[in-house]
Design a protein around this ligand. Structure first.
Ligand SMILES: [Zn+2]
Length: 451
């Protein structure tokens, strides 16, 4: 069942059963509620129509054998509207009713890791985090690498792969279905498994990440898995596959789909990031720690595949992400969220221009999630003209005050239509790829009639 409700100044008003309703007063479509950044425009009422799973009256989706704790989910970090945030849900497997508090602490540890590791740390306002409390009948996970074999009855049916000792995975579609039934608004899903030994993995489909809680560095392992699930980058470590004996300096054309590895060291995909005058293949020596080149060894094999930097979180989870993986994180963040939640002044009615007196000062504002590195271009033109009359390019400058001149004919001011635009992009140095930069761009246009 889908419940429709309005948010008026942060208060949720159900409108179930009413097909039509009339909104009186200023409305800005797409604007966040007063709770999330618009409170500084007190004269306006911000309304937002939103469909949501009905969680208040019990979810209508029933899954056999699944017991949620109460409440089913809890928001751990609320930075604003899920529609303009990357929502990460953390769900537990192998935690019994008595172990829910332990799961709560484990989920918080993962959120804390996101808050401390770059680039998520700098972009944390683009994220929301939720915890989904599922009760397993028995503690642990399925493990056939130990004697006797462990086969506990858990909610999500996670297991250590029989093929590899530390590959801890689960049935992604089932896990997603359970998470859906919780009603939590998630885009990406991470599973903490209450397993008695260390493990983690993400299936090649990269939809759900899994890590066990039983090592002190498990939040970092989960961030590595999140690198797969959210940033869509592949492992840069080696050792799981035998090395093919490629001839020295042999370079294959690229055929790998992931942005952070390449078989072509001559012109790797990350050529925009290459440090000038760095030899390729790049020797794996300490002096090259900070350069970007083409280091041999990635995707489980020590030969024939190259990575951009010597160290990366996708190679060893105690290291920071390399520049290429970092850029892919920003790509993922801007896939799910924009620079601004909304703009003011709001239109009085949708698609109706603002009406103002000529020569009256007007201020336009963008309500942004974070201020750093935002490049803003403000411009004005008469609606019928093609050339923009005034232009102002600023960094970290999110409001624009202007007066629109009177258009006088034979001493009379005649009504004139204007377009005012705010063009924004994230100018961070963490992005060099044009397609990623484009993703950050956001434009808002106001129509104003002066009289
Ligand atoms: Zn990397």
């Amino acid at each position: 069942m889908v419940e429709i409700f309005l948010v008026i100044e942060g208060v949720r008003v159900p409108v179930a059963g009413k097909a039509d309703f009339l909104i009186l007063g200023p409305v800005n479509p797409g604007m966040a509620s007063g709770q999330h950044g618009a409170a500084n425009i007190p004269s306006l009422i911000h309304l937002r129509l939103k469909a949501s799973y009905n969680t208040a009256g019990g979810n209508t989706m029933k899954l056999p054998g699944i017991n949620f704790d109460s409440p089913k989910y809890t928001t751990l970090l609320d930075n604003g509207y899920p529609a303009n945030r990357l929502d990460v849900a953390i769900i537990g497997d192998g935690y019994t009713a008595a172990e829910q508090q332990m799961f709560n602490e484990d989920a918080q540890a993962v959120v804390d890791a996101f808050k401390s590791i770059e680039p998520m740390r700098s972009y944390i306002s683009h994220f929301n985090f939720h915890r989904i409390n599922v009760i397993s009948n028995e503690s642990g996970t399925i493990d056939t690498h130990v004697t006797p074999h462990q086969k506990p009855n858990t909610a999500l049916k996670t297991f250590f792969s029989p093929m590899a000792e530390r590959r801890l995975i689960g049935p992604d579609p089932w896990v997603m279905l359970v998470a859906k039934a919780s009603g939590a608004p998630w885009d990406k899903l991470l599973v903490i498994v209450n397993a008695p030994r260390r493990g983690g993995a993400t299936l090649l489909s990269m939809t759900v990440g899994y890590a066990s809680r039983n090592s002190r560095d498990f939040p970092a392992i989960m961030i590595h898995e999140a690198g797969h699930v959210i940033a869509k980058v592949i492992d840069e470590y080696v050792g799981d596959l035998p090395d093919i004996d490629f001839a020295e300096n042999w370079s294959l054309p690229n055929f790998l789909p992931w942005p952070n590895v390449d078989t072509n060291w001559k012109r790797p995909k990350w050529w925009r990031w290459l440090t000038p005058d760095t030899p390729r293949p790049t020797p794996n020596v300490q002096v090259n720690e900070d350069v970007v080149g083409a280091f041999q060894g990635a995707v489980y094999t020590g030969k024939g595949v190259y990575r951009p930097q010597r160290s990366c979180m996708m190679r060893q989870h105690s290291d920071p992400f390399c520049v290429v993986c970092t850029e892919q994180w920003l790509n993922a963040i801007y896939k799910r969220s924009k620079i601004a939640d909304g703009f003011s002044p709001a239109y009085e009615l949708t698609d109706t221009p603002l009406v103002r007196d000529a020569e009256e000062a007007m201020t336009f504002r963008a309500h942004v999630l974070r201020r750093e590195d935002i490049k803003t271009t403000w411009r004005i033109k008469k609606l019928e003209q093609t050339r923009w009359r005034r232009r102002q390019i600023t960094h970290d400058y999110l409001s624009f005050t202007t007066t629109l001149p009177a258009n006088k004919v034979a001493g009379l001011t005649i009504p004139t239509a204007w377009a005012v635009e705010c063009l924004m992009e994230d100018a961070t140095e963490r992005i060099r790829t044009p397609s990623v930069r484009s993703r950050t761009k956001q434009k808002h246009r106001w129509y104003v009639i002066t009289r």
